[in-house]
Each structure stands twice: as structure tokens, then as C-alpha cells.
Design a protein around this ligand. Structure first.
Ligand SMILES: NC(=O)c1ccc[n+]([C@@H]2O[C@H](COP(=O)([O-])OP(=O)(O)OC[C@H]3O[C@@H](n4cnc5c(N)ncnc54)[C@H](OP(=O)(O)O)[C@@H]3O)[C@@H](O)[C@H]2O)c1
Length: 250
């Protein structure tokens, strides 16, 4: 059996780091390619199964160039790109200058554009660049990190205008992608994933109201995600799933 090859984009993510730990611990060895602006958190992780690609930014041209590097590395495979799983992990909720809006007066056009760029635009640019490499024969689970707060039906609390809207936009585009793939790349399964509140820098400022037992470790979420990914069928439909593998309404 050919060795599995997994691609992790936005691998600086704390949850992505958990994924890598779990993948390296699997009994079946798996090639893992990491793409990030900063892979220093992997300095101590050495494995012949790990390839690291550091990018300067996520402009369309950089993304296309990175994908052509991946294509070259895979050029011995005539059946196209050989990743069995691709994880796209980008997400921005806050940083030194951005915090999620509590009320409409907090809404700022520049912040909205920054947040939607990271949460919706960059993941779609990756999928756009990768799509020509998917042949009808390639079987791949395409997992994109979203969030339950991107569900329009689930929205009971309001707030977080930019983050919610950007994840809702991401979800809509992933639904589109899955519809298009059902016609032209039937063996690509699109999984839209909500990890639950996970103990990372992204959730740090918002952890105090999380109920006991509901703040997950990256290891737990990574284990869940690998199992959920494995369990999904190639059914030409997008799945919006939480950390338990339960369906979230769009
Ligand atoms: N943690 C949670 O509680 C939680 C809950 C719900 C959903 N999520 C989602 O899960 C995913 C991973 O979250 P995490 O907690 O692991 O986050 P994290 O540790 O803060 O990682 C941030 C991720 O976003 C990318 N990123 C950040 N700023 C960026 C920018 N300006 N331009 C491009 N990329 C940028 C990083 O890419 P680099 O590798 O290049 O740095 C990295 O992949 C995100 O999509 C997040 O929205 C997390």
C-alpha cells in the first residue's frame, strides 16, 4: 500500500501542531508536508516523514508558487496530486490591534477586511490553486477549519460581526466548492470543521466563561479530527461537523 501523504496549511496553528503530533504517533508512517509563515514551533520535531515549507505571505502568487513546488515534488505520480488529506487551518479572531466586536459601534471596515481575508479569502485561494491538481482518480479529504459561530441558523448571541461573517462566507464558498467537485472531482470530500473551544492563543481571551470540561486540549481535538476525517465517506456532499462528528446546521 502506498504511504499516505498529508498536507497541513497554516501549520503554525496550535491545533495543527496537535495534529502533527498525533500523525507522527500513528502506527502507519505518514508523510506530512507543513506550510506556514513560521514553523519555528516545529524546530524540535525531527522526523524523516516531515517536510517544511515556509512562506513569506499568503498572496495569490505565493500560494500558486507553493502549489507548483508541491506539484514538482509529486511529479513522479501520473495520477495527479497524492495527498490523502489536506487540512487548511487559517483563522483570525483577534490580534494586537483587533478584538471581536461586542456591538455594532465597534465595527471597523479595515478590521472586517483583515478578518475576512484570513478566514475566507486565503482558504479559498489555496483550494483554487490546488484544484487543477485533483484528478478524477485522486481521493482526498479536504478539511477546512471553520467555527460554529459561522452558522447562520445557530446564531443566538450576536456579536463578533467580522469573525461570524467571515466564517459564514467561508462556509458558503466551501458548499460551492463541494457542489463543483461533485461534478468534476468526485473523490474529494469537503469537511468543514468546528474544533470546539480549544486551549490556544485564539481562544485565550475568551476562556473564562467556557463551562468546565468544554475547553479542549489540542491533542484531544486532533485525535477527534483524525477519527472524524477517517469516518467520512466520499459522498460528494460537504459536511459541517463539530469535534464530536455531529452535524452543524449551515
Ligand atoms: N481555538 C479555538 O477555540 C477555535 C474555536 C473555533 C474555531 N477555531 C478555528 O480553528 C482554526 C485553528 O485555530 P487555532 O486555535 O489553532 O489558531 P491559532 O493557533 O491562532 O492559529 C492561527 C492560524 O491562522 C493563520 N493566521 C493567523 N493570522 C494570519 C494572517 N494574518 N494571515 C494568514 N494566516 C493567518 C496561521 O497561519 P500560519 O501558520 O501562517 O501562522 C494559523 O494557521 C482557525 O480557523 C480557528 O478559527 C478555533
Amino acid at each position: 500500500m502506498a504511504k499516505k501523504h498529508v498536507l497541513i496549511i497554516g501549520a503554525g496553528s496550535a491545533i495543527a501542531q496537535g495534529l502533527v503530533k498525533e500523525l507522527l504517533a500513528l502506527p502507519v508512517s505518514t508523510n506530512i508536508t507543513l506550510v506556514s509563515r513560521d514553523l519555528s514551533s516545529y524546530n524540535l520535531v525531527t522526523s524523516p516523514d516531515l517536510s517544511k515549507i515556509v512562506v513569506t505571505d499568503y498572496q495569490q502568487a505565493t500560494i500558486e508558487k507553493t502549489v507548483s513546488t508541491l506539484k514538482l515534488e509529486n511529479s513522479s505520480q501520473s495520477s495527479g496530486i497524492t495527498f490523502s488529506e489536506i487540512f487548511i487551518c487559517h483563522g483570525l479572531l483577534h490580534n494586537k490591534v483587533i478584538s471581536p466586536e461586542k456591538r455594532i459601534e465597534d465595527f471597523c471596515p479595515e478590521v472586517f477586511l483583515d478578518v475576512i481575508k484570513v478566514n475566507a479569502l486565503i482558504p479559498l485561494l489555496w483550494i483554487k490553486a490546488l484544484t487543477p491538481l485533483f484528478s478524477s482518480k485522486s481521493k482526498c479529504k479536504l478539511v477546512v477549519f471553520s467555527a460554529r459561530v459561522g452558522s447562520i441558523e445557530d446564531n443566538q448571541l450576536g456579536g463578533w460581526y467580522s469573525y461570524r461573517a467571515s466564517k459564514a462566507a467561508l462556509n458558503m464558498m466551501l458548499k460551492n466548492v463541494a457542489i463543483e467537485f461533485s461534478r468534476r472531482a468526485k473523490n474529494i470530500k469537503v469537511i468543514v470543521f468546528h474544533p470546539g473551544t480549544t486551549d490556544t492563543g485564539l481562544s485565550k481571551p475568551f476562556q473564562k466563561n467556557v463551562p468546565a470540561g468544554k475547553l479542549f486540549t489540542t491533542e484531544f481535538v486532533a485525535k477527534q479530527l483524525l477519527q472524524i476525517t477517517e469516518d467520512q465517506a466520499f459522498d460528494q456532499r460537504p459536511s459541517f461537523l463539530d469535534w464530536q462528528g455531529e452535524t452543524i446546521k449551515w
